[in-house]
Write a protein that binds this ligand. Structure first.
Ligand code: PEP
Ligand code: MN
Length: 328
């Protein structure tokens, strides 16, 4: 945003008024009239409010680079379930990797009892090591579909490569694009053609604008809706696996974008999953995704961050109470 003052304005007074509204401004010199540039880390203030300040002649705003995201519906429908503004907190849970037919069925039945409406689980896994378990692939999709259908849940699973798009789209209700692929624009364009809503994880070093730009690719190329998922960004501190960026969640929620938080990959530590899930709901997240396993020590991936089903039940009860409290 560029603010141009009129010829009789007192620049110091206008600057103070802008700061009062939470705007970080820098004076542009050598432009004739006095102008201020508003930094992007400023509070969101309606243009009309700035325009109405004494001494302001003109306010110009750069066109958005993600108009389709800006205009997308505030509530995303996934089958019979909804995620977004004004909806009950959406609970996503399940194992990191789908391990066997029996395992995912047993787990799904438990999760349903806790109010989980979205069954998560990886069939194609993005692993740092090529020697680590890569997922069971197509059979895992079938096992998971059965488990989700038996329990009236929607199925969320990751698509890693374009070759698997039609296969994954046949089973998934919501197609997950993982953190590592948020910047893979060829994949974004291709998956959009499946015409399914997309669960877009934030790249681990992506800015909020880049994340919304990735969402724009999806909507421009045919995806009906995008749910954003914050899963932690890279930081300097090895105390947690990543750093949960609650500011980004509050920004997206403030814009009315459907946004979910994954405290499991953010923290990498099961003891922090509950506290971070509560923080997520407190700043406006519309859902949480939590990795759950009944025997984390035997999990084929991400065991240390998985919570037990009984722990999940307690976490979700706490979130229900938090939401009920904020409405009271
Ligand atoms: C996952 O959710 O299974 C996953 C791999 O997450 P991320 O892309 O956030 O690392
Ligand atoms: Mn995982």
């Amino acid at each position: 945003m560029i603010i141009t003052l009129n010829s009789t304005a007192n620049p110091s007074e206008v600057k103070r008024a802008l700061i009062d509204h939470g705007l970080w401004v820098e004076e542009l010199v050598g432009q004739g009239r006095v102008q201020f540039r508003v930094e992007s880390h400023s509070a969101q203030v309606p243009i009309e409010v700035v325009q109405a300040l004494p001494g302001v002649e003109l306010v110009t705003v750069r066109a958005s680079t993600h108009p389709r995201v800006d205009q997308q519906a505030k509530v995303v429908e996934v089958g019979a379930h909804k995620i977004g503004v004004g909806q009950p907190t959406a609970y996503f849970a399940g194992p990191c990797s789908v391990e066997s037919e029996d395992h995912v069925r047993r787990l799904a039945a438990k999760l349903r009892g806790y109010g989980v409406k979205f069954l998560r689980g990886g069939a194609f896994k993005p692993r740092t090591s090529p020697y680590a378990f890569q997922g069971h692939g197509e059979p895992a999709l079938k096992w998971m579909k059965k488990a989700a259908a038996e329990n009236g849940m929607a199925l969320v699973t990751e698509l890693m490569g374009s070759e698997e798009r039609d296969l994954v789209a046949e089973f998934a209700d919501l197609i997950q694009i993982g953190s590592r692929n948020m910047h893979n624009y060829a994949l974004l364009k291709h998956v959009a053609g499946a015409k399914k809503p997309i669960f877009l994880k934030r790249g681990m070093a992506a800015t909020v604008e880049e994340w919304m730009g990735a969402g724009e690719y999806l909507l421009l190329h045919g995806a009906p809706a995008v749910v954003f998922c914050e899963r932690g960004i890279r930081s300097f501190d090895p105390s947690t696996r990543n750093l949960l960026d609650l500011s980004a969640v509050a920004i997206l929620a403030g814009l009315g974008q459907p946004v979910v938080v994954d405290p499991s990959h953010a923290a990498g530590r099961r003891d922090l999953v509950g506290p971070l899930a509560r923080a997520a709901v407190a700043v406006g997240a519309h859902g949480v995704m939590i990795e759950t396993h009944d025997a984390p020590g035997h999990a084929l991936s991400d065991g240390p961050q998985a919570v037990l089903p009984e722990q999940l039940e307690q976490i979700l009860k706490g979130l229900d109470a938090l939401s009920a409290g904020s409405k009271a």
